[in-house]
Ligand binder design. Structure first.
Ligand SMILES: [Zn+2]
Length: 491
């Protein structure tokens, strides 16, 4: 008996030692030390340009009826005048309001690169104007921020790229690799008349890009537990979207003599089942790469878990699944959004319908989601119907997953570290959509990242109120664009 106890105690001790040693070895990977560099820029002028750009009310409204075309036209004129050296030296092609510049490289054998952003913005929700500390289209610079709609999404991207290229041209820089710059006018409503046409044009001209860089994630400040450093998540893929209708079916009739369960009850049971049995997910692929990289910087108690996924993967995934933000990285998400049933208080419904939106993880397909949902909920009283009228046919699949070991990714990583110094760079998954859904088909790798820091407090600015970017943050981001254009086009 004592012997068995000793064996058990010894095994437990060995296990503990293995767990602790693995955690101790779970340290940041020694990448080549990247030097920090700096550029002398006219910061006041750059910030003034960003501020001016925000004053154009280039608002994309759903349905595009209320398009304020004057402000779009005026913005384009302003770009061409403000960056006149760039405008005169580079070839410009227009795709409706989307501007595509080409800076020809000296070596036409090299595949070009594309840096892109969009200058359309979402509207201000009526009635929320007063919640803004500065008027949303003022572009006011105060308290260390440039304020206004588009400050983050995505005029800082557009102006950042323009400033970077202007700086390089003024310095006499000549790229070896051709650089395309595109500035979208309809990203917020799908990019069908802008980025999609640019991609068609490049395709028709036999242009396959080495890589593209579009808006995406930021240098996240304080988003990950126990990580003090800025985390630059370079999104290497974006989720798709599909919508299904779950239909509970009944016989109808007068509400005075209802059956025990009618269409609404069947639907409610189906939705409950679906909540309990979401699309399977887990920590693999790029989500694993993200957490493997960042967990090396986390406190010891978290390192214990991530260094021993062979033992704790269940616990880790269950914990990540509790937070909507991390859950969205693990799996296709399920969101019932609309409900309808009977048209009258005393009429039993023949059909009760829930509309459910799914954001498609790269491991799943629109079809595999339909199959899963059907298996979970379908029976004699419940039917699953694809929703064909949401603008995407049966749905939009997730994008391809771009490499995080390519030269382009390394260029982005190095340029971020060159400017920001000791920060973490890791691949990420974009849970929203971007124009890269179009550029992905003409690029070997499509990356989605804005080189600006972002705090949780700024997050509500996206499509919300008090959108703003730190003035120092904008300047640093421009420097990343400069460095990236140098690295990306010099070889
Ligand atoms: Zn955007």
């Amino acid at each position: 008996m004592k012997r068995i106890f000793n064996v058990l105690a010894l095994s437990a001790l060995v296990l503990l030692i293995v767990i602790v040693v693995r955690a101790l070895l779970h340290t940041p990977k020694i990448t080549d030390q990247v030097e920090t560099i700096d550029y002398a820029l006219d910061e006041g002028r750059m910030l003034a340009h960003l501020s001016e750009s925000i004053r154009f009310q280039t608002i994309s409204h759903q349905g595009s009826l209320a398009l304020n075309t004057d402000d779009f036209d005026n913005f384009q004129v302003w770009v061409r005048q403000t960056y006149s050296q760039l405008d005169q030296a580079l070839e410009l092609n227009m795709f409706n309001g989307t501007m595509l510049y080409k800076w020809a490289g000296t070596d036409s054998a090299l595949k070009p690169i594309l840096v892109t952003g969009h200058y359309d913005v979402v509207p201000i929700i009526p009635g929320t104007e007063d919640l803004w500390q500065q008027p949303p289209f003022s572009g006011v610079i105060s308290d260390g921020f440039v304020w206004g709609r588009g400050a983050l999404d995505d005029k800082s991207g557009v102006i950042g790229i323009l400033e970077a290229v202007s700086y390089l041209m003024a310095e006499g820089y000549q790229p070896k690799r051709t650089i395309y710059l595109s500035f979208g006018h309809d990203e917020e409503i799908g990019g069908a008349k802008g980025a999609a046409l640019v991609a068609d044009y490049l395709e028709a001209n036999g242009v396959q890009l080495d890589w593209s860089l579009d808006e995406g994630s930021f240098l996240l400040d304080g988003f990950l537990p126990g990580v003090d450093k800025l985390v630059a998540t370079v999104n290497v893929a974006e989720k798709g979207s599909t919508t299904l209708q779950i239909v509970g079916k009944g016989v109808g009739g007068h509400s005075s003599m209802p059956p025990n369960k009618n269409a609404v009850g069947f639907l409610a049971a189906a939705i409950t089942k679906l909540e309990k049995d979401p699309m399977p997910g887990g920590l693999d692929g790029l989500s694993l790469a993200l957490f493997d990289t960042t967990s090396r910087e986390m406190p010891f108690r978290l390192k214990l878990l991530f260094a021993n996924r062979w033992l704790f993967s269940g616990l880790i995934e269950a914990t990540l699944a509790k937070d909507p933000a991390t859950n969205a990285m693990l799996r296709t998400t399920t969101a019932p959004t609309m409900l309808s049933a009977s048209v009258k208080t005393n009429v039993l419904p023949i059909e009760a319908i829930a509309t459910v939106n799914f954001r498609v993880h790269p491991r799943d397909s629109v079809l595999s989601i339909f199959d899963h949902v059907s298996k979970v909920v379908a029976n004699d009283n419940v039917e699953v119907r694809p929703m064909k009228w949401d603008g995407f046919g049966l749905g939009q699949p997730a994008s391809q997953v771009s490499s995080w070991e390519s030269k382009g990714y390394k260029n982005i990583e190095d340029s971020v570290k060159n400017i920001y110094g000791d920060v973490i760079v890791a691949p990420g998954l974009m849970v929203a959509a971007s124009d890269s859904r179009h550029y992905g088909r003409v690029a070997d790798d499509a990356y989605r990242f804005n080189p600006f820091p972002l705090t949780k407090a700024q997050l509500t600015g996206f499509h919300g109120t008090n959108e703003r970017i730190g003035t120092d943050d904008f300047v640093r981001g421009v420097k990343v664009y400069i460095r990236l254009l140098e690295l990306g086009s010099s070889q």
